[in-house]
Design a protein around this ligand. Structure first.
Ligand SMILES: Cc1ncc(C[n+]2csc(CCOP(=O)(O)OP(=O)(O)O)c2C)c(N)n1
Length: 345
């Protein structure tokens, strides 16, 4: 069975794939995309505060360098399993702000036609296979995808992105073990934003760095500063090269932080002021903008334009998403059953 493609074209005719390619090729575009993702998260927060969106939502401010770094360094035909903290990653991988916002509002123009809400994304045109909201589930699934790619002799790799909350679950260990013994082409990426809901990862995770766990399974690993997009790009590109060359799986820990609580009902009172102040200084957007300025790649005027453009695009996307129609109730049954041809086994 082939995977059904749910490609979304941007209103201006730009495909998600073109947006994905743009972020791969240009560092200034990467900054623009990080800004865009930040505004999308702010807008989603607003929708919830104003009672326009239902359910829970998990935003990822301060994790933009991780998301954009991954999108920039992976190939577009790599198959990627996403975690539940999904909006910033989606924008980074090329999904338009309008499609993300419309999905959060349950509109027909959303990424999956308004049936996924804030957490369920699929767009195989840019390699997004599926979002997993059962913690850890994407780890063994990515191993299975890696096995399929290995059997097919494909040049692509499978990528599993998950949070630090997944690494103490059985599925994590099963997935790493299988991938190692079968030398599967899988890149395991832990976006360690320090917290699983209200719990700091080092209170519940033995052995120090999550990256160190690769050694138990003879999987090479690395940890990288997740606030530095250039470092993330270099680390992901290096790991990908090794995996694609047939060296077997790799475990990459991207050390980052989430600006707000776990979900919209969480005020994050479990963090002390010193920690918050220290991380606020490490905004990946401001750090990257500073670097591009110092390298002479961004002057004041260009930066102002980039910032205003990102804000305007997201504001317009929000207007379109609000005005979009709701899907017909029949979409609830789409993709639930596979239609078999008469007489098929
Ligand atoms: C098997 C399972 N247990 C519990 C939950 C509830 N849950 C949803 S998100 C979350 C915390 C996830 O933390 P982490 O993996 O570190 O990702 P983050 O939210 O920090 O991005 C929990 C416990 C779940 N979705 N699945």
């Amino acid at each position: 069975m082939s995977i059904r493609s749910l490609t979304v074209d941007a209103p201006d005719g730009t495909t998600a794939l073109a947006r994905r390619d743009a972020v791969r090729g240009d560092r200034v575009v990467r900054l623009g995309r990080m800004l865009e993702a930040r505004h999308v998260e702010t807008q989603i927060r607003r929708f919830h505060d104003e009672g326009m969106a239902w359910g829970s939502t998990h935003t990822a401010e301060w994790q933009e360098a991780s998301a954009v770094g991954l999108a920039a360094a992976l190939q577009h035909d790599d198959l990627v399993c996403f975690p539940h903290r999904v909006h910033t990653l989606s924008v980074a991988f090329g999904i338009t702000p309008e499609a993300v916002l419309a999905e959060c509002l349950g509109k027909a123009s959303g990424i999956v036609g308004g049936i996924g809400g804030s957490v369920h994304v699929t767009d195989t045109s840019v390699g997004i296979l599926h979002t997993f909201t059962i913690l850890g589930a994407q780890v063994p699934v990515a191993a299975g995808v890696g096995l399929a790619l290995q059997v097919q002799g494909s040049a692509s790799i499978a990528v599993s992105i998950f949070g630090d909350g997944s690494v103490n679950m059985g599925a994590f260990h099963e997935g790493l073990n299988l991938a190692s013994i079968w030398r599967l082409p899988v890149l395991f990426v832990c976006e360690n934003n320090q917290y699983s809901e209200h719990t700091r990862y080092d209170r519940v995770t033995a052995g120090g760095d999550i990256a160190a766990r690769g050694a138990s399974y003879a999987i090479p690993s690395a940890a990288v500063d997740g606030q530095d997009v250039d470092e993330v790009v270099a680390a992901v590109a290096d790991a990908r090269t090794r995996v694609a060359a047939g060296e077997g799986p790799f475990l990459l820990e991207i050390k980052t932080w989430r600006r707000y609580g776990h979900s919209r009902s969480d005020q994050a009172g479990y963090r002390d002021d010193e920690e918050v102040a220290r991380w606020l200084e490490r905004d990946p957007i401001e750090l990257f903008a500073q670097r591009l300025r110092s390298e002479g790649l961004l002057d004041e005027q260009a930066e102002e334009h980039l910032r205003a453009d990102a804000e305007r695009r997201v504001a317009e996307a929000a207007e379109h998403a609000l005005a979009a129609t709701e899907p017909d109730a029949s979409v609830m049954f789409r993709n639930v059953h596979v239609d078999r041809e008469e007489g098929a086994a």
